[in-house]
Design a protein around this ligand. Structure first.
Ligand code: SAH
Ligand code: SF4
Ligand code: F3S
Length: 465
C-alpha cells in the first residue's frame, strides 16, 4: 500500500514518535450501544498505536461494527462486507476485514467460512483486539466471541471519532436479561451487568470539561441498572441519574432505553427535580394488544403501559415521549393491530420508530411461534403506523408553535448552511437562522414560528436581562 495515501489521513497527534502498528477504518451499524462500542474499540486500538483513517482505501484494517436486530440490518452489512472484499482484491492488498458486534456474536465462525471476513470479534472481547489483529494481519483467521459477565469497559475513555463535540453517549450497562420473544439482543450481548457509577460520573465530568453539553446514558434497559459497592451500598438508575445531573447545571442528561415494566416513579421524580435532566422518555411499547404483548413476553399489559404514561405526565407534565412499534408479530390479527393504532393515538407519541417483525434464529418466537403474518400485510400495517405517527408528530410540533424553548446548539443545519440546528430538552430538532454568538455547545432561546412533522423552525430571542 502507498504510504503517501496513508500519510494524508493519519492522525498521529497522540504519539508522534512511536512506530504505528497500522491504520484502521471503522464503520458502525445498529443502535447507540454500537456507536459507543466503536468509540471503545478506537480507544483500545489507538493505545496500541493503530491510527484512525476516514477512508477505507487507506486502511490496513477495516472494521464493521454490526447489528443483527432484523434480517435487513444483516443484509446491509453483508453488502458492505462484499464491497470491502472487492476493494481489497482491487487494491491487491493484505487488508484485514473484521466483523465486530452483534452479527459477529450471532454467526461466529460462520463469517470466516463464508470468506467475507478475516477477523470476528464479539461485543465483550474488544480488549483482545491488540492480540488478534497481528494474527489476522499475518494471514491467520482470528476469532473471539466469548461473552462476559463482568466486562463493562469501565476504565476505557472512549475516542470520539465522528463527534460534533456537543453530544456524547455514555454506556452505563451491557447485555439484557429480558428475553423478549422476538429479540436477538440477549443472545448477542449476553447477561446484563452495570458499570461502576464512579466511572460513569467521571466520564461525564471529563466530557463536560472537553466542552460537551449533552450526554445520553445508554443501555438496553436502563431502568434495571443496579450497582452494589463493596460496602453493600446500592445505586439504582434514579440515583445514578441524579449523580450525573449534579456534574454541572448546564450539562444536559438524557437516557435510553427505558422499559415499561421497570420504569419507576423515582426516575420520573428525579427527572422533575433536575432541570438539566431532559424532559424526554423513549419508552418502547411494541404493540397495543394484551395477547400480542403476552406472546412477545414483554412483561406488561396495555393498561400498565398507559398507566406509566399517566405517571410520567403527573410528575413531568412537559415530557415528550417516543416509542418503538413492531407490526405483524406472530399471530397478530387485524383487530389486534388496530389496538396498536388506538394506543398510539391515546399516548399521543411525539415520535416513534416502527418496524415490521423479522424472525431471528434462536429466539423464543423463532422456536415456538409461527411467523404467520404475510409480508404484504406487514407492509400495509407498517404504512398505516407510519402515516398515523406522521400526523401525531405534526400535531405535537404544532402545539409548540408560538412557544419559546431553550435550545442547545449542535452545529450548522445539514440542508442550509445559513441555518443552524439544535435540540430542545424534549429532543425535538429546531432549525433557526444564524446570529452572532451562536456556536456549538451554546444555549439559545428560540421562538417557534413554524414546523413540519420532523422539525421545528424558529428565531433566536434576545437573552432576558
Ligand atoms: N432494549 C430496547 C430495544 C432494543 S432493539 C427495548 O427493550 O425496548 C430496538 C427495537 O427494535 C425494539 O424496541 C423493537 O421495536 C425492534 N426489534 C427488536 N427485535 C425485532 C425483530 N425481531 N423484528 C422487528 N423489530 C425488532
Ligand atoms: Fe431485546 Fe427486550 Fe432486551 Fe429490549 S428488553 S433488548 S427488546 S430482549
Ligand atoms: Fe443491533 Fe446489537 Fe444494538 S443487534 S440494535 S447493534 S444491541
Amino acid at each position: 500500500m502507498s504510504s503517501t495515501v496513508k500519510e494524508k489521513h493519519v492522525d498521529r497527534s497522540a504519539t508522534e514518535s512511536i512506530r504505528p502498528a497500522g491504520t484502521f477504518y471503522i464503520e458502525t451499524y445498529g443502535c447507540q450501544m454500537n456507536v459507543a462500542d466503536s468509540e471503545v474499540v478506537a480507544a483500545i486500538l489507538k493505545k496500541h498505536h493503530y491510527y484512525p483513517v476516514d477512508d477505507p482505501e487507506a486502511a490496513d484494517v477495516i472494521l464493521v461494527n454490526t447489528c443483527a436486530i432484523r434480517e435487513n440490518a444483516e443484509q446491509r452489512v453483508r453488502g458492505r462486507l462484499q464491497y470491502f472484499n472487492a476493494l481489497k482484491r482491487k487494491q491487491g492488498s493484505h487488508k484485514v476485514i473484521g466483523v465486530l458486534g452483534c452479527m459477529a456474536e450471532r454467526l461466529k465462525k460462520k463469517l470466516l467460512e463464508e470468506a467475507i471476513s478475516d477477523l470476528v470479534v464479539g461485543p465483550d472481547a474488544y480488549r483482545d483486539l491488540p492480540r488478534l489483529l497481528p494474527e489476522a494481519m499475518s494471514g491467520h483467521k482470528a476469532v473471539n466471541v466469548l461473552l462476559s459477565r463482568e466486562e463493562t469497559y469501565a476504565d476505557i475513555r472512549p475516542v470520539h471519532l465522528h463527534s460534533d463535540g456537543v453530544s456524547a453517549f455514555i454506556s452505563i450497562m451491557r447485555g439484557c436479561d429480558n428475553m423478549c420473544a422476538f429479540c436477538v439482543v440477549p443472545f448477542t450481548r449476553g447477561r446484563e451487568r452495570s458499570r461502576d457509577p464512579r466511572s460513569i460520573v467521571d466520564e461525564a465530568r471529563w466530557l463536560y470539561d472537553k466542552g460537551y453539553r449533552d450526554v445520553t446514558l445508554i443501555g438496553q434497559n436502563v431502568d434495571s441498572y443496579r450497582w452494589t459497592g463493596p460496602g453493600g451500598e446500592s445505586v439504582d438508575f434514579a440515583d445514578l441519574l441524579a449523580r450525573v445531573a449534579e456534574t454541572a447545571p448546564d450539562l444536559r442528561v438524557r437516557f435510553s432505553t427505558s422499559h415499561p415494566k421497570d420504569l419507576t416513579e423515582k426516575v420520573a421524580m428525579t427527572m422533575a427535580a433536575y432541570p438539566n435532566i431532559c424532559k424526554f422518555i423513549h419508552l418502547p411499547v411494541q404493540a397495543g394488544n394484551d395477547e400480542v404483548l403476552e406472546r412477545m413476553r414483554r412483561g406488561y399489559t396495555r393498561e400498565w403501559y398507559l398507566d406509566r404514561i399517566r405517571m410520567i405526565r403527573r410528575h413531568v407534565p412537559d415530557a415528550a415521549l417516543s416509542t418503538d412499534i413492531i407490526v405483524g408479530f406472530c399471530g397478530e390479527t387485524e383487530a389486534q393491530f388496530e389496538e396498536t393504532l388506538a394506543l398510539m393515538e391515546e399516548a399521543a407519541f411525539d415520535h416513534a420508530y416502527m418496524f415490521m417483525y423479522s424472525e431471528r434464529p434462536g429466539t423464543y418466537a423463532a422456536r415456538f411461534l409461527q411467523d404467520d403474518v404475510p409480508t404484504e400485510v406487514k407492509k400495509a400495517r407498517l404504512e398505516r403506523v407510519i402515516a398515523l405517527q406522521r400526523r401525531l408528530s405534526l400535531q405535537s410540533n404544532r402545539r409548540d408553535v408560538g412557544k419559546t424553548f431553550e435550545v442547545l446548539v449542535e452545529g450548522p443545519s445539514k440542508r442550509d448552511a445559513a441555518m443552524w440546528r439544535g435540540r430542545t430538552s424534549q429532543n425535538k430538532m429546531v432549525v433557526f437562522p444564524f446570529e452572532a454568538g451562536t456556536a456549538p455547545g451554546r444555549y439559545v432561546n428560540v421562538r417557534i414560528d413554524d414546523c413540519t412533522s420532523a422539525t421545528l423552525l424558529g428565531t433566536i430571542q434576545p437573552a432576558e436581562s
